[in-house]
Design a protein around this ligand. Structure first.
Ligand code: SF4
Length: 60
């Protein structure tokens, strides 16, 4: 299982609120672009996935 960022679902026009939800700071956002995930840090907790209202962060 890994966290996938679906850039097509993310409108990429706002600061990503899920970045602050991640307990291990695995998400990084540059400007308003879709966040990227540091796969070495991600513990696959699913918090960002549950949090993102656009369902752009998917654990699969
Ligand atoms: S699944 Fe959890 S650890 Fe991984 S990026 Fe999302 S919030 Fe962070």
């Amino acid at each position: 299982m890994e966290l996938i960022v679906n850039n097509e679902r993310c409108p990429q026009n706002h600061p990503c609120p899920a970045v602050k939800v991640c307990p291990v700071n695995a998400l990084t956002q540059i400007g308003n672009a879709a966040p990227t995930v540091n796969k070495d840090k991600c513990i696959k907790c699913g918090k960002c996935s549950t949090f993102c209202p656009k369902k752009a962060l998917v654990l699969e």
